[in-house]
Design a protein around this ligand. Structure first.
Ligand code: 6R9
Length: 656
């Protein structure tokens, strides 16, 4: 949990109403309208979702049953036939949107490409046919390990089109992390690129794929489709690797969308939990299509004239729901950017807003804090007057960053939607609707219609206003994860039995601490489990610890988060060494690099501290709470009576 946000948000009393002109033109125009939709959804959630599924999506065949709830397993729209790629592409081709820009892509070196709905449809069909030629069939799992180029979205849509299940692995993850995910999912094929641009350097993706597949580590992978992006030399393995630009001209652009069952698996996306092994979050077709679609439409108040930009990477859930599926299902124009603000081009984000006339901008608090640090001269030197709505996601936003975003980027006229949700929830759960709900800096405000969120204790009892507790959701919703890939028990235990079900009533346990104020606004404080949030990226402490102990020098490791001004949290590792190893600067460097190789650069500890022993309870549990205080340079607070050996703490203090 980030202490900064807790302290500052407890005092936050500022309230910002939606500008009148914004509300008048918005899809949901007033608090009364939101509350009446919310009440209708709460009274009869199934009818609410069914009406939206009918009016917002194309179904090849209508469902028989809206919700089949056998807790904790939900099935939505059973018997319905649908294809999300059809909803994102084909249905727009019979309208004027056929030649509307679907994706406007900007490469880091400054190259760019625009794909209309017709063009995107064509390329998706071609890649779908290429996958078929590679032997990929309905139900097969395909790994996608890509830079932020249009082909990343094309690959996802191509899989969805033929009913293959995609698992996108963030391009910043290491070969080891990629291998684990491909092996766990028994992937049949991988789609990648030679490389991608990141901060003026090439990220060598294909080389990582080669490493991941080395020594027959993923025997189910038969072929690798490689998109040419950076054009450096790479090896192509005959019989396994295929260049996209070579096969594309040979495949047909005719590939009808497969009629999928609403509950057929759409994708698996791995995310960190409190164990060493990331979990594969499973999302299915119909419910996810509806939930990502309607949240995009109402929360971003999308119109046909909007130019919408979400700065996430497609490797995260935000990229899935709010770069690819949500915007395209709505027929929107979405920007996709390969790069990030960097020393050689610190103003690039604002250049893109000016160049394309971006109207909706959705980013993360950590990015906003980087922008703040780079200075307001950069955005002030560009014309940002096209912007009408701002959004944030990924971690609690500190009110200082919120106010800067509001003043410098939004020029005090753009509502800010602070959107709380998770990989598991499929789409945004708690957020302002920008024309209807007044905002308070640091609060995600109110639940989306159909979402029954509550602050409870560990018995599931609701807590009074302003009491800190656990964020829970009471009723299933269409975008919810269906299970942990291959591990129903873990799904049940982690999310639905953490709060013991009572009288057959189950609650979804989000793993976040939060409170609700007297106006019913939610203030999310952060994770209560061993999950870190570093620059908006989720990482399990156990994952980082496992990576550390896989190094021959390390006997034991405990990892905690320390508040960081830019990243939100920074990783601090306490490490005990095997004999014969000296805890010196060289080893620190080596261990940081080792974690980078094992997981990816985002998991690299900012600080490594060597110690003779870790503070443990008598039952042998590492007392992370104490380490968190030490890492933050604070006095160790709270009870230390369960500590097995007090001298460990004294020594660690001495180290401090
Ligand atoms: C979408 C995404 C989920 C965790 C979540 C929470 C934190 C996300 C937030 C937020 C406060 C917000 N989180 N949005 N905390 N305010 N607006 O980020 O998914 O990567 O699975 O992370 O992120 O702690 O539990 P994911």
């Amino acid at each position: 949990m980030s202490d900064i946000s807790i302290e500052s948000t407890l005092q936050e009393e500022r309230l910002f109403s939606p500008p009148a002109a914004f509300s008048q033109a918005a899809q949901i125009k007033s608090l009364a309208e939101y509350e009446s939709i919310y009440a209708r959804a709460q009274a009869n959630p199934e009818q609410f979702w069914a009406e939206l599924a009918q009016s917002e999506l194309h179904w090849f065949k209508k469902w028989d049953k809206v919700l089949d709830w056998q807790p904790p397993f939900a099935k939505w729209f059973t018997g319905g036939k649908i294809n999300i790629s059809y909803n994102c592409l084909d249905r727009h081709l019979t309208t004027w949107r056929k030649n509307k820009a679907a994706l406007i892509w900007e490469g880091e070196p400054g190259d760019s490409r625009t794909l209309t709905y017709a063009q995107l449809h064509r390329e998706v069909c071609q890649m779908a046919n290429a996958l078929k030629q590679m032997g990929v069939a309905k139900g097969d799992l395909v790994g996608i390990y890509m830079p932020m180029i249009p082909e990343a979205a094309i690959a996802m849509l191509a899989c969805a089109r033929i009913g293959a299940v995609h698992t996108v692995v963030f391009g910043g993850f290491s070969a080891d992390a990629l291998r684990d995910r491909l092996a766990n999912g028994q992937a049949k094929a991988v789609i990648t690129a030679d490389g991608g641009w990141r901060k003026d350097a090439i990220v060598p993706l294909k080389i990582q794929v080669d490493k991941a597949l080395e020594n027959n580590a993923c025997p189910t992978v038969e072929s690798v489709l490689v998109v040419q992006r950076t054009k450096q030399d790479i090896e192509m393995l005959a019989g396994r690797d295929i260049w996209w630009h070579e096969i594309q001209p040979t495949v047909s652009a005719d590939c009808p969308a497969e009629e999928m069952d609403a509950e057929d698996m759409l994708f698996v996306l791995y995310t960190s939990g409190s164990t060493g092994k990331p979990k594969g979050v499973v999302h299915t077709t119909g419910g996810y299509n509806l939930y990502s679609h309607i949240t995009t439409k109402w929360i971003f108040d999308l119109n046909d004239t909007d130019v919408y930009w979400c700065t996430a990477d497609v490797g995260w859930i935000t990229g899935h729901s709010y770069i690819v599926y949500g915007p395209l299902s709505n027929g929107a124009t979405a920007i996709m950017y390969e790069g990030v603000a960097r020393p050689s081009n610190p103003g690039c984000m604002w250049d893109i807003i000016e160049k394309y006339g971006v109207t909706i901008f959705y980013t993360a608090p950590t990015a906003i804090r980087v922008f703040m640090k780079m200075g307001e001269e950069l955005p002030n030197a560009r014309n940002l007057s096209s912007l009408r709505l701002l959004g944030t996601v990924g971690e609690p936003i500190n009110p200082e960053a919120w106010m800067w975003y509001h003043r410098v980027i939004g020029k005090e006229k753009c509502p800010i939607v602070d959107t709380w949700w998770q990989t598991e929830t499929g789409g945004i759960m708690i957020t302002a609707l920008p024309g209807a709900i007044s905002t308070k800096p640091g609060s995600a405000t109110r639940p989306f219609p159909g979402i029954i969120a509550e602050i409870v204790d560990l018995d599931g009892e609701p807590l009074p206003a302003n009491s800190g507790g656990y964020l829970a959701v009471k009723h299933p919703w269409p975008g919810m994860m269906r299970t942990v890939y291959g591990d129903d028990e873990r799904f049940r235990k982690t999310y639905w039995e953490h709060i013991p079900p009572k009288d057959g009533k189950y609650m979804y346990f989000a793993g976040d601490g939060a409170r609700q104020d007297a106006d019913g606004y939610f203030w999310v404080m952060g994770r209560i489990d061993d999950v870190l949030n570093v620059s908006g990226h989720r990482l399990g402490t156990m994952e980082v610890e496992s990576a550390l102990v896989s190094h021959p020098s390390v006997a034991e490791a405990a990892v905690v988060g320390k508040p960081d001004e830019i990243k939100g949290e920074e990783i601090v590792a306490f490490v005990t060494l095997n004999s014969n190893y000296a805890g010196d600067d060289n080893l620190i460097k080596e261990l940081k690099k080792h974690v980078g190789n094992e997981i990816g650069a985002i998991a690299r500890p900012g600080e490594i501290r060597f110690t003779d022993a870790l503070p443990k309870t008598r039952s042998g549990k590492i007392m992370r709470r104490l380490l968190r205080d030490l890492a933050a340079g604070k006095e160790v607070s709270g009870d230390t009576s369960t500590l097995e050996d007090r001298s460990v703490l004294d020594k660690l203090r001495g180290n401090d």
